[in-house]
Design a protein around this ligand. Structure first.
Ligand SMILES: [Zn+2]
Length: 76
């Protein structure tokens, strides 16, 4: 049985200022906007049981692309 810790998963977090992240789906910057706080999705991507990378998405882009790394959970 696969552990939940060794498969791809996605978490939503509030976008923080100054991180310089780019959305994997649309290639646009994930920008912090003080007036309209938004969420980004952080996906830990595993191939088999091996961690490969962290991908970042706008929340909208992640949902639009059909949640490729599983349903989004809220960061605690
Ligand atoms: Zn995007």
């Amino acid at each position: 049985m696969k552990s939940a810790l060794t498969s791809s998963r996605a978490v939503a977090r509030k976008i923080a200022p100054g991180l310089g992240l780019v959305c994997v789906t649309c290639s646009d910057a994930i920008k912090f906007v003080a007036k309209a706080p938004a969420f980004q999705v952080i996906a830990n991507v595993y191939e088999g049981s091996t961690w490969r990378r962290v991908d970042h998405f706008h929340l909208e882009c992640y949902l639009d692309s059909g949640e490729p790394f599983g349903p989004v959970s809220q960061a605690s």
